[in-house]
Design a protein around this ligand. Structure first.
Ligand code: UDP
Ligand code: MG
Length: 325
């Protein structure tokens, strides 16, 4: 069902664009160049909120310089790298505007699409997300995404379209709702799907990263995991799942072997094979279950600590001038 055009929605709403930036000095000049004409089209109320997610290169200076050049830009400098989702969360809490747009810094999300998103919002939709026309990842990864989103839909009742990322426009009431959610672990596109309202997708061609290196790569993920291992992470708990699975598999294979041995050779003492198999299978299943419980306890642990999800070290541009909270 298509919602009827809402006359109560202004033709030119005030727009807040959130752009998380982590070590993006190479792409920032191109980003500001592309944003310029789009901002002009969006009217005098349009604002950009750049979130510097603990960049170690020249990003901070480039962002501050842009604020000095153009009063429509503001920056939140986080005290360290908190990760993409936390940077978006910080942006959502500080952004202004009737509608809010999430945009990657690397120009993979075309800013040109924003006016079309606003037009769709005016038709009465509260969430308009970009849908990638085709994924460029390897087919293994695409298959993994497909399975992941299917599982999520089935188990959590959250419907996230297969090819939708964080690139989206949200109505102010959706942003306020997201900000009220107390979760530490924030999978923004999941929360966005969860809130409901009227959502729709806009197809777009996802470009290659304009410059600089992707921030999500395997070594980075591995390093992050190791850093947090001892005091901050629940990964050790996860080990139980894999141990349990391996033991169960071994027990199962041994079951086949023991039965065959009993039938074909018949040299084992009676009862021995079944005992070993039962011990291995049950032990394995118990370890798997402890591991799964561990996953939940670990997440409860993270939530209960209630640490802030990000720390703002400094603000520039309109984000500093207006103050907040
Ligand atoms: N990003 C961030 N913090 C991080 C990693 C990434 O703010 O710890 C930002 C990054 O600057 C970019 C966006 O998140 O604007 C998406 O990152 P990237 O392009 O590397 O991810 P991909 O396009 O590969 O999903
Ligand atoms: Mg990217």
């Amino acid at each position: 069902m298509t919602p009827s055009a809402s006359s109560d929605r202004p033709a030119q709403p005030s727009v807040g664009l959130i752009v998380p930036c982590f070590d993006e000095e190479e792409v920032l000049p191109a980003l500001f160049e592309s944003l310029g004409p789009v901002l002009d089209r969006l009217g005098p109320e349009a604002r950009v909120l750049l979130v510097n997610d603990g960049s170690r290169d020249g990003t901070a200076d480039l962002l501050d310089a842009q604020c000095a050049r153009d009063p429509r830009y503001g920056v939140l400098h986080l005290s360290r790298n908190f990760g993409h989702q936390a940077a978006i969360t910080a942006g959502l809490q500080h952004v202004r505007g009737d509608v809010v747009v999430l945009l990657d810094a690397d120009l993979q999300d075309p800013p040109d699409l924003v006016p079309a998103m606003i037009a769709t919002w005016r038709e009465g939709y509260d969430i308009v997300y970009g849908v990638r026309q085709k994924r460029k990842e390897a087919w293994v990864l695409r298959a993994a995404y497909r399975v992941f989103y299917r599982l999520l839909k089935r188990m959590a009742n959250v419907d996230i379209p297969l090819d939708a990322g964080d690139f989206s426009l949200m109505d102010r009431r959706v942003v306020d709702l997201l900000n009220r959610m107390p979760e530490q672990n924030r999978f923004v596109r999941g929360l966005r799907g969860w809130v409901g309202f009227r959502q729709t997708g806009l197809p777009y061609e996802r470009a290659e990263r304009r410059a600089g290196a992707p921030k999500y790569n395997l070594p980075r993920l591995m390093r992050l995991a190791l850093d947090g291992l001892v005091s901050f992470s629940i990964v050790p708990l996860r080990l139980a799942v894999w141990l349990g699975l391996a033991t169960s598999l071994f027990g199962f294979l041994y079951l086949i072997y023991a039965v065959a041995e009993r039938l074909l050779v018949g040299t084992t003492p009676p009862g021995w094979a079944s005992l070993v198999v039962l011990i291995l299978l049950l032990g394995g299943i118990q370890l798997v279950m402890i591991g799964i419980i561990g996953e939940y306890v670990g997440r409860i642990f993270e939530e209960v600590k209630g640490r802030p999800r990000f720390i703002v070290a400094r603000e520039s541009g309109w984000a500093r001038d207006e103050g907040h909270g």
